[in-house]
Design a protein around this ligand. Sequence first.
Ligand SMILES: N[C@@H](CCC(=O)N[C@@H](CS)C(=O)NCC(=O)O)C(=O)O
Length: 239
Amino acid sequence: MTASLTLVSHHLCPYVQRAAISLAEKAVPFERIYVDLSDKPDWFKAISPLGKVPLLRVRHGSAEDVIFESAVILEFLEETEANPLHPTDPLARARHRAWIEFGSAILNAIGRFYCAPDEAAFLHESRGLSDMFARVEAELSERQSGPWFAGERFSLVDAVYGPVFRYIDTFDRIGDFGILDGKPLVQAWRAALSKRQSVKEAVSANYPQRLHAFLRAKGSYLSGIIRRQAIAAPQALSA
Ligand SMILES: N[C@@H](CCC(=O)N[C@@H](CS)C(=O)NCC(=O)O)C(=O)O
């Protein structure tokens, strides 16, 4: 496709990352610009119907279209760019789309986990997350082999779960919450994704520090744990 693409991003957004990973896997050149979601510029409000990132600006000649919603952006890239990341079989493709949706549900659960106001809510959300990953473990156990969700071929499901596991990396630096305990296939998938170049390069180098500062400022139960750790060991978590 001969269009120039701009991915309107935010440094921490996992939905943006899935689009960046897809573009990298397809070797499609694109520009990336960042917006401050706490102070959205007028141009962004004008072109983002839901006020959310990611947006994909597609410029062809002097015309421009804007696509919103990450799942739609992924599908658009599948339809317009080479190097497919969806399987060709319709049933397999439907299953992949369903697990992408499940990945979004996990992201919502992660948001509830780090926003939980007190210990009871926090434990409830961590159990909920553990149960969701148990479902993923069961799904992976149906596959013949790794390293990716569907075996040898990296797919859009992988592009979605790479950013999911990035949260778990940061949570692990804060404490042992046991979310992935007893889930060896999920752990192996997570390890493979953390080494994939497109996944690594979907965020900037200071992403862990940014996410850590974001979580600390939430005023949640998790923020309290981070603050107490910072008092006990001032250097440990900022590295
Ligand atoms: N369903 C949307 C979710 C995107 C989303 O939630 N983006 C967040 C950042 S990760 C956002 O822009 N939130 C707007 C805000 O914080 O005001 C998608 O898949 O693109």
